[in-house]
Write a protein that binds this ligand. Structure first.
Ligand code: ZN
Length: 199
């Protein structure tokens, strides 16, 4: 477990029993909240912050510091805020978007489960595309594809909630949605969502 013994943002040592980020940074972050639901054809995307080119640097620091954090604690306060803003659906399951290293989306899913009582299913597995590497760009070479890791869970729940830290182009959640067999009722919950200016 990668345990942040300091505040994610200002790196102040963590007081045992305190909050992460620290109270000072958390109040600054919460002031930047723009909770919003973006409706796509197959699912709606609930997010707490807008991800824009001119977003305050604190949000970029937050995203960077939450990478590789797979446990509840670093995500707990932000997940509480998500659950306060958007009603978690009943009879739902939380499915984190996997990554090749330590899975931070699993940390967010666990924290959402902590507050909502919803179970977490690691139903997707990540693998790297292995097609010819020569002609492909560096970004493309690193692209991840998903496989179903758990086939049984879908029939048990009415709604599938796909969880990721940040939605930019939307291609990752779209890939996850298709790999999960395009569940009839699906939502995406994330911390940051790229939105057009003015939204
Ligand atoms: Zn701090």
């Amino acid at each position: 477990m990668l345990f942040p013994m300091v505040c994610l943002i200002c790196k102040t040592p963590w007081p045992r029993g305190g909050r992460i980020p620290c109270d000072y940074c958390l109040s600054g972050l919460l002031a930047l909240r723009e909770p919003y639901t973006r409706v796509e054809s197959a699912y709606s995307i609930h997010s707490l912050f807008a991800w824009r080119r001119e977003s305050p640097p604190g949000l970029a620091w937050l995203v960077r510091s939450l990478k590789r954090q797979t446990e509840i604690l670093p995500w707990r306060e932000l997940a509480a805020c998500l659950v306060e803003n958007f009603a978690p659906p009943a009879n739902a399951v939380l499915v984190p978007i996997p990554s090749l290293g330590p899975n931070h989306a699993l940390g967010l899913a666990r924290a959402l489960g902590h507050w909502s009582g919803l179970p977490v299913a690691e139903a997707l597995a990540a693998s790297v595309k292995t097609r010819s590497q020569k002609r492909r760009s560096r970004i493309d070479r690193q692209s991840i594809t998903f496989e179903r890791a758990d086939w049984a869970f879908c029939s048990k729940f009415r709604t599938v909630v796909i969880v990721d830290d940040i939605v930019t182009t939307g291609s990752t959640v779209r890939a996850g949605y298709h790999t999960l067999g395009r569940p009839e009722k699906c939502e995406v919950w994330c911390l940051l969502d790229r939105r057009p200016c003015g939204t």
